[in-house]
Structure formats: C-alpha cells, structure tokens
Design a protein around this ligand. Structure first.
Ligand SMILES: [Zn+2]
Length: 386
C-alpha cells in the first residue's frame, strides 16, 4: 500500500519519498514510491501531474491501494526523490470537485435527483443527473451554491468507522462498506468520495453552471468553478468587448445590436439579388439576333444569375452562347448554351475547350458549365470562331 499524503494534507505540493520500484515500458516508466502526494486518475477526475526527482509525472494510477506514477524517465530504486505537483492545476481540480459536491448535494436535497456521472477534465466539467431540471431550477441551485461559497463552510473529509458509517445518510455511487471516505459540506451535502477537496467552501471562489442538455433521460450540466470560472469570464468579457468594438455597439447592447445587423444584412442580400435580376433583365433585353456565337465576360451578377441570359442568347444565334465569370485571378466559371440546330452542340464545344484549355465541367443537353484557367482574350477568340 502506498501512503497517501494527499489525505493528510490537501495542500501538500512538495514531498520526499523513496523509490520502491521502477519498470520500463517502451518510452514510459512505471514508478512506485513508499508515499505520494500525487492523486491518481480516480473519482471522475484526471491524475495529478508534476515532477518527480527530475522526471515528469504524466499519469498516476491506483490498483489495490498501490499508486503507480507513469513518467518519462527512470528513477533509481532505493533512492530518495523529491516530488513537486503542478499545484495550480490540482487546486483548480479541488475547486471544481468541491463545487460539484455542493451542486449535487443541493440538487439531491431540493429535487431528489442523483448525480449519476461526473467528469472533471482539463477543459470541461460535467455533472449528470438522473432526472430533468430546467434553467430556472438550475439558476436557483447556482445561487444557493454560491451562497454556500460566501458562507465559507468547512469541508470535512474523514474515514468513519463501520458503526458510525452505518448511521450516516450519505450519497454514494458505489455500495462500499469499508474504508469509506466521507466528505461533508455543512448541512448541504454528505457524500462518499476519494478525491482531495478544498478545506472551506470559500476557496472554491465561484460556482458557475453553464449550459445543460437532456442526456440519457436526465440532464448533463456543464460547470466551471474558481480559477477556471474566472479565466472563462475574462475570455467571454474579451470577446464581448471585441464584438462591441467591431460593431460600435455598447457592450450591454451587443445582442439587440447584432440582431439589427443580421436583419439589415438579410434585407441587403434580398436587395442585391433583386438588383442583379434587373441587371440580367436589361442584358437580356439588349440581345440581338446574330449569326456569330455570343461571348460575354460578366463579373457583376455571378454565374448562377446568368443562366437565363445564356438560354435567351443561345436562342438568338446559330452558334453558341458562352458566359465567363471570374472565379479568381486565373480562373473563370463558365456556361455554354446552344439551341437545337445550332452549328455546334454544347457537348462538342465543351470537348474542344477541354482539349484546348484543359477546362473542367459537364452537363447535358442545351447547357453545360464548368471552370477553366485561361487567358480571357484566347477564350473570347475561341468562342467567336465557333
Ligand atoms: Zn467527489
């Protein structure tokens, strides 16, 4: 059994220990110490990381009371080594985990729902409950949870004996009978838990419930606590300020202001389509009967708006009608159209364009379309000679 220093002192960030074994597995090493302050991957949260005698602790596992440190380097068996935790990260985990107990305890107390899943990752903390709550209920829970933070209630972690344990009414995901660690937050919550916690609720700083979704017949709530919530607030504030600067809207007005901008954008898009349609209409009105093929380079209205033009123009010539719209500096989108009985079918014209200019495209019947990278004058001359 490894001596678990994190149960003696939840704030212990450095410690000395003896190396009992070190096994190599590829480029990783499994190291067992006589004692450790590194909390393993357990209780829904990822393992502590840090340094151990000059090598990096990447992961920590526990099996049958023995804790194994997965490191990127070897340590000498029998040596005394100094361990240093990434304590900022560990403290944030304690803030989140203690916050979870308060929220789960309150939800259990007020609404009778059970926490059936807890994930404490580096980027996301989620709590799953076996029943559905709405936004109003969660806002109420959030307010009560933060009141518990302001009250700075002691968080007691202890291993009660079997007799005392039998008398306690605590939340637990597992049916444990011995060595059960009970974490108590005033009269808000009592829960079996193996993880390190902050000493008083005030250390959590803030408990913020974010979004929630319906999940497996209940809900999944995303939550941030303490330093993570503060960073998130800073990031959200920065983004809001940026939107405010970009739109010249007051920070408090960005939602209604952006709604107005989107309405305006939709109206302008509609106007633009109508304007393009009227441009095409005028172009169509200007089409004259012609023996020669008709070729037009048009960059204003876009290729899709030019289909009707191409059809009408094709009906007015014995040749073909070709429309080119600039796609980039070197590439054109194009449409080829012809009427029945024209000198050349669109299929044959496309085949020639493929041979001569490496055009790509396809289609059937009187209209084909595609893209081509070629000089505009060469394309013009090519179509005119059809
Ligand atoms: Zn817990």
């Amino acid at each position: 059994m490894t001596e678990k220093l994190y149960y003696l002192d939840n704030k212990l960030s450095e410690f000395d220990a003896n190396v009992l074994s070190c096994e190599c597995d590829g480029d990783r090493y499994s190291i067992i110490l006589d004692k450790t302050a590194f909390f393993p991957c357990e209780g829904g949260q990822y393992a502590d990381t840090g340094m151990l005698g000059g090598v990096r602790v990447l992961d920590v596992r526990e099996k049958d009371g023995v804790i194994t440190h997965i490191t990127d380097g070897a340590l000498e068996v029998g040596a005394s080594v100094h361990g240093v935790l990434d304590f900022d990260d560990r403290f944030e985990k304690m803030q989140c985990h203690s916050g979870e107990h308060i929220v789960s305890g309150l939800i259990h107390k007020l609404y009778g729902l059970n926490n059936v899943g807890f994930h404490l990752g580096r980027d996301d903390v989620t709590l799953d409950f076996d029943g559905v709550l709405g936004a109003d209920e969660l806002a109420h829970i959030e307010a009560l949870a933060n009141r518990a933070v302001y009250e700075n209630i002691p968080i007691i972690c202890e291993f009660p004996g079997p007799d005392k344990l039998a008398e306690l009414d605590y939340r637990s995901k597992l049916e444990l009978t011995e060595n059960v660690r009970i974490v108590t937050v005033g009269d808000i919550d009592m829960c079996a838990c193996c993880a390190p916690h902050v000493s008083r609720t005030g250390e959590i700083g803030i408990i913020k419930l974010l979004d929630f979704i319906h999940y497996k017949g209940g809900i999944r709530v995303h939550m941030l606590c303490g330093a993570r919530a503060l960073r998130d607030y800073g990031e959200r504030y920065r983004r809001n300020r940026e939107i405010s600067n970009l739109t010249s809207l007051k920070q408090t007005d960005v939602v209604s202001g952006v709604e107005r901008l989107l309405d305006e954008n939709g109206r302008l898009k509609g106007e633009l389509v109508e304007t393009k349609k009227s441009i095409v209409k005028r172009m169509i009105a200007g089409i004259e009967k012609s023996e020669k093929s008709i070729v037009i380079f048009e960059d204003t209205v876009g290729i899709d708006m030019m289909r009707e033009y191409a059809n009408t123009a094709a009906a007015s010539t014995d040749g073909i009608c070709a429309v080119f719209c600039k796609k980039s500096d070197t590439e054109y989108n194009f449409i080829l159209a012809s009427r029945d009985g024209a000198r050349m079918s669109t299929g044959d014209a496309l085949k020639l364009m493929k041979e001569k200019f490496g055009a790509r495209g396809g289609g059937a019947g009187s209209m084909v379309s595609g893209t081509v990278s070629a000089d505009g004058n060469a394309l013009h001359a090519f179509v005119e000679n059809i």
